[in-house]
Design a protein around this ligand. Structure first.
Ligand code: FAD
Length: 311
């Protein structure tokens, strides 16, 4: 019998929007329950229960789950999965970290980056930086474990009223990994992976100081800030801002690529973006092949002018 378990992504208080997007994929496969692993996390469980199409929320509460460590969560997820035919998580940093561990513990393969559901066990997914889309089928009798490419699915609506049930597992938790502390930069800007508008800078921006021009435009637009890998590698910005194949896959309505050449590994991160605006001084840059609006010129004159015009 088809029964999907979706692992919720959250910060202990708020359900991450990636969960609602992954739910749309899950619900296309079959009846779906959501597992919320946390320490309490009652508010998260309620938010999950309020999503349309959720059959039930399983709340696994234990002190070790206060900070989500893949090594600690995976054995519990593997223990929960026994009753289900499918185990899914969003293909975010969280899901990419935790789900392969659960799949390994269960001794099954993983289908990564599901972008379309063709059948209960048959999916479309991108490979080679999104240049090739393949159909993958999981053999009958094998638990289907998959991460969901959130950029490919719209978020499930609110309006659900599922029950929340306490669940426990007798999973042995590892002692080799423990949480020490989280060092994160506080930012007032929207979250890169769920923002409707994103302004990204590349190597063309030239330095960490020059990135101020990108932040200013982003703040005018109420946008999140992203970057190419070259900008990250050069130390202009931290690597959690990287957009692309080995960074974040995003699907904003509006994307600015500024001083970015348009390498395929970058483009794979913005495949599902709405309007793409490119600013580059090289009229031959590959980014102009995918851009809806292209401005050829020096970013240090175009971007401040644009920012001023926005008032
Ligand atoms: C396995 C693998 C994974 C990768 N993953 C990623 C990934 O996740 N994300 C990613 O982005 N890349 C990734 N890359 C790297 C990718 O191949 C490119 O090297 C990278 O995207 C280039 O970044 P860039 O466009 O900022 O730099 P460049 O290619 O150096 O381009 C800089 C651009 O800025 C323009 N420019 C310079 N000065 C100005 C100016 N004053 N005004 C306007 N324009 C200006 C130039 O004309 C040029 O087009 C990956 C590569 C590999 C091999």
């Amino acid at each position: 019998m088809t029964k999907v378990l979706l692992i919720a992504e959250h910060d202990g208080k708020t359900l991450n929007p990636s969960t609602a997007k992954a739910l749309t994929c899950a619900a296309a496969i079959g009846p779906t329950e959501i597992a919320v692993l946390g320490d309490g996390a009652d508010a998260v469980a309620s938010q999950a229960a309020a999503l349309a199409g959720v059959q039930k929320v399983l709340q696994v509460s234990r002190a070790e789950n206060a900070s989500p460590l893949a090594a600690v969560l995976a054995p519990q997820i593997a223990a929960l999965a026994g009753d289900f035919s499918h185990l899914l998580a969003p293909s975010t940093t969280f899901g990419k970290d935790v789900l392969p561990r659960a799949a390994a513990l269960l001794g099954v393969p993983q289908v990564s980056d599901i972008m379309e559901v063709l059948g209960e066990r048959k999916f479309r997914r991108p490979i080679y930086a999104g240049n090739v889309i393949v159909e993958t089928e999981v053999p009958a009798g094998c638990l289907v474990v998959g991460t969901v490419r959130t950029a490919s699915f719209k978020a499930a609506d609110a309006g659900g009223n599922a029950s929340v049930e306490a669940a426990t597992t007798d999973a042995d938790l590892p002692t080799h990994t423990r949480y020490i502390k989280l060092e994160a930069q506080a930012s007032e800007r929207p979250d890169l992976q769920s923002a409707a508008r994103v302004v990204s800078g590349g190597r063309g921006v030239g330095s960490a100081e020059n990135f101020e021009v990108i932040y200013k435009l982003a703040d005018k637009l109420g946008a999140a800030v992203g970057a190419s890998r070259a900008a990250v590698d050069a130390g202009y910005v931290p690597n959690d801002m990287q957009v692309g194949q080995t960074g974040k896959i995003i699907a904003p309505d509006l994307y600015f690529a500024i001083g970015i050449s348009g390498a395929i590994q970058h483009l794979t991160g913005i495949k599902d973006a709405g309007t793409i605006v490119a600013i580059n001084k090289d009229a031959e840059a590959a980014i102009f092949e995918v851009a809806d609006i292209g401005l050829v010129g020096d970013l240090f004159s175009i971007v401040p002018e644009l920012e001023q015009k926005l008032g």
